[in-house]
Design a protein around this ligand. Structure first.
Ligand SMILES: C[S@@+](CC[C@H](N)C(=O)[O-])C[C@H]1O[C@@H](n2cnc3c(N)ncnc32)[C@H](O)[C@@H]1O
Length: 302
């Protein structure tokens, strides 16, 4: 590696890309400089530690770049020597870049790091529901989605299928947990979200703000979601709702239930309608992230 023209950065051995800052070699997994990356597979530990320490982990060049572009401040980066080129070129020069061989890397993180770069990033103060709702017209509301994989997939669908925001019950998983970030492909940085508390009482605020609150349930007595969407797209905007003709009618909130038992009775009771995706072959329900994708496709902005 050699210093670049500014004398500050270095280039990886293949000379293809500049890397911000001088990488620091880590030889000992117990080195306190890489403490942010310790035991990344210990879910219980990381769930406690990351919010308390105000950090989260972004994994892979593309996701790190998305976090940087969304304005998250990096604390440090950790890579294997072979993946030094995966360090984003626009990393601020004062952010330390640590390099560790595969064995040391695995001893630090607890797994074989194949995706190249890991970045520890600073969390931001959480948004309030009022901030999130100020401009949102199509939102997802998640009740106790505990799987980080499902939550990441829900954010990816929300972004890709035209939803404006996501609201989470207090018991929902952390969107900034490493797996959620990765499964969402960084869309957790793009879609505004907030926790809705107290739950489910605060759902009444959505109704008061003019949202049609749709409870998604596979129950046979619920209305067909596609029929609802078709009626809605033919409905003129209510006066004063601030919609444009291209945007269709005003505010809709899609309420998704937890894996396993589904939406609580109390959450369903706050809804303006209960809607279902009809099922075939005696299958009782869909995965919640698959449900979100279908519902966003029918009701999102395109
Ligand atoms: C795994 S399902 C829960 C299944 C649970 N036995 C129930 O009756 O709701 C998780 C969530 O996905 C959504 N969901 C799953 N299948 C659905 C369907 N066919 N129609 C509408 N929503 C569905 C609901 O919001 C549900 O709470």
């Amino acid at each position: 590696m050699a210093a670049d023209a500014s004398g500050r950065g270095v280039r990886p051995a293949d000379g293809t890309r500049p890397v911000a800052g001088d990488p620091v070699r880590i030889e000992d997994a117990a080195d306190p400089r890489v403490d942010d990356f310790v035991a990344l597979t210990d879910v219980a530990l990381r769930r406690r530690r990351e919010p308390a320490d105000g950090l989260f982990i972004a994994e892979g060049e593309r996701v790190i770049v998305r976090a940087l572009r969304a304005g998250y401040r990096p604390r440090s980066v950790l890579v294997s020597p072979a993946r030094l080129a995966a360090v984003p070129a626009d990393l601020p020069p004062d952010v330390p870049v640590y390099v560790a061989g595969p064995d040391v890397l695995a001893a630090i993180t607890g797994f074989e790091v194949h995706r190249g770069a890991l970045a520890s990033m600073c969390r931001r103060p959480p948004r309030t529901p009022a901030e999130v709702l100020a401009t949102a017209r199509r939102i997802l509301v998640c009740e106790d989605i505990v799987s980080h994989t499902n939550l990441g997939a829900i954010f990816r669908s929300a972004a890709g299928l035209g939803m404006d925001a996501v609201l989470l019950s207090p018991r929902c998983a952390d969107p900034l947990y490493r797996r959620s970030v990765r499964v969402s492909m960084g869309e957790v940085f793009a879609v505004p979200y907030a926790r809705l508390d107290p739950w489910p009482a605060a759902l009444a605020d959505l109704r008061a703000a003019g949202f049609d609150l749709l409870a998604l349930t596979p129950a046979a007595d619920a209305d067909d979601l596609a029929a609802y969407a078709a009626r809605r797209s033919g409905t003129p905007s209510p006066a004063g709702a601030g919609d444009t003709p291209e945007d269709g009618p005003a505010r809709v909130a899609l309420l998704l239930g937890t894996e396993g038992p589904g939406l609580s009775t109390s959450a369903q009771a706050t809804a303006s309608a209960r809607v279902r995706i009809p099922m075939a072959h005696g299958v009782d329900s869909l995965n919640v992230a698959a449900t979100a994708a279908i519902a966003c496709y029918l009701l999102g902005r395109r």
